[in-house]
Design a protein around this ligand. Sequence first.
Ligand SMILES: [Mg+2]
Length: 128
Amino acid sequence: MEEKILVVDDEDYHRELMEKLLERLGYQAVVADSAEQAFSLLQGQQFPLIITDLIMLEMDGVEFCRRIRETDAKTVVIALTGHADLYDLEKLKEAGFDNHLSKPFKIDVIKQAIESGLAQFRQRSQDD
Ligand SMILES: [Mg+2]
């Protein structure tokens, strides 16, 4: 169950690319094309790690993360900052993000971020 990662991105290209990268790294990727779809997935299952795009129609990634944090302090949430200039990192931290990754994706960077994210999740689970 710790190997399952939720990917939220409104762009098909980025969502499918991330899904492929995660699978190549040996993780199970579950994808959503909006924050709304992600919330319905989150009602039925738990993920140790969520990777979310920031710029999305309807609910953006910052609001998505804020809402997650209302009930869940444990899941590690990573932002995909394709347009980092529009979101300052302080604001991302305030919203509850644990980390951020920039597009275009680099597999080594993603691998590292996921490994440390999963370790962080295990740490938080132990602290309960
Ligand atoms: Mg987007």
